[in-house]
Every structure is written in structure tokens, then in C-alpha cells.
Design a protein around this ligand. Sequence first.
Ligand code: ZN
Length: 293
Amino acid sequence: MNESSTLDTLMKMLMKSTGDRKKHIINEFEQKFQLHLTQIRDRKNPSHIICPGCQQHGHVILYGYANRGKTRHRFHCKKCERHFNDHTDTIFHNKKLRNHLYPFLEMMLNGISIRKTATDLGISPTTAHTWRHAILRYIEKNKETFIEILSNEEIIESSTSEFKPSRKGLPRHLDIPSNTQVLQFQCNRQKQFYLTYLSEGAIKPKNQLIKGKMSVELAGTPINTLQTSSADRLLHHSRHVTELNQQFADAYQRMRGVAQPYLLKYALWYCLCAKLSGLNPKERLHSLLLLCL
Ligand SMILES: [Zn+2]
């Protein structure tokens, strides 16, 4: 059996199991799919171990181990006195339920709801919610590694959506922002995606709000001023970005809106999913793990 079908099988077993059996499957998941510490270190510190405190190298010494099994080194920076290890400033930092992260990420890739994920993994919905947002923060931090900044000449497709700000997820003391948010998905000939984000339009009446329409005018000014030749448009239409935009709009509907601070993060997540969709399940999971460092 190859590793990708092992992954599918483990996911199915996980959903059906309870108690110790569930714990056992989660551990098996970790053993089969975890990143090695060298992979984490190569990604974060390709040449030298850099101190996460003062961002320098050359003052860092080995300083015992960070775990009981003595597999993960602890480091000490003699310059700023900070202690750290390979998990510092990654999604793995300080997670009591670290092994749950692997199936958690797989469920997130499969679009499974927070509630169902929490039930299937035997974690609280609050924990699941915190993890999801932590993952989205890492994805945003590392966005340059999966989306390309496209020049105007390169863009052959674009799709623009305007979102009305909502009360959802905003702290009580904050007012609902008075601006709409505008997201534009862009795509070049190589099907590389980019996303721009504007937040400057005044609120429009509800019947004028546009979702997933091409070429939007905002406060009288066209946002979509990116011209492509008509031949390009005929050849390429807007299949890829509209699809992406539609996926995002559908997800947005299911979530019944997201808080303003998370809109871009969720949109980036959909860009990432489109990018990873060509990979096999194991590669997909590993690529996501590497983005959470
Ligand atoms: Zn330091």
C-alpha cells in the first residue's frame, strides 16, 4: 500500500474509532507523516542556526535537549540569553497535543468543519479554532512561497469580489468597519495565482454588492483596470480564477461571513489549496507542514 492510500485509510479509521484506539491511530499518523527535525531546521535555518531573539548567528551554542526522548536539541544564544529549539516559532511550539496536528492539517485540507474536526480528534472546538487561526497566520506569513506577485502584463485572468464587513468575530468594543473589502484573484499563463486586497470602498446598498463578478467599480473607479487583449480573453476566459473565486465565495457563504481581519487569510488559504490540489495527498500534507514553520 502506498503512503497516500495509507493516509486515506488512517483518516477513515480515525473517524470511526474512540478512546485508546483513537489515540493509537493519531500516534500512527504522526509516526508515518511527521516532518523530521532536519527538514524543519533546513527550512528555517538553511545555513546557520539563527537566534529567534536577536536574529543573529555566531552566538548560538548547544544547550541540552528540549524533550525527554533527547531527540530535539535545545539552543542558547549567548548574546541575548534566549533559549530555543527547532520547534520555536513554528506551529509545533508548545503544543501538548502536537501529534494531533497531522490529522488536523489533513482535515483542514479536506475542508472539514471545526466542529467535526474537534469531534473526530477528541479535542475541544476552542482548541481546534485556535489551531486553525494559528495555521492561517503561518500561511499568511509564508505567502511568498506559494503565491507569485504578478506584473500587469502577465495577468491573463482576474476576478474581483466585494465583501460587506460583518459583525462576526469582531470584539464587542469594535464598531463594524464602514468600508467594504475587495479581493481580487489573479492568474497568469502558468496558472500561478496572486491575490490583492483592498479595503477602501464606502459601503454600498446591499443590492449593489457584488460577489464574484468580473470588473468591479468601486466608488466610481474601476478596480479591475488590468487590461488584457481580447485575444487573450477569448483564449483563456477566466476559468481558473473564477473557479477559485467561486470556491472562496461558497466557503464564505458556509461560514456566514468572516471577521474582517480573517478575510485575506481565508482567501490565501484558498489560493494555497488550489496550488496544492495537483499533488498527491502525502506531498500535499508535507507542503502544508513546511508552510507552518
Ligand atoms: Zn539572540
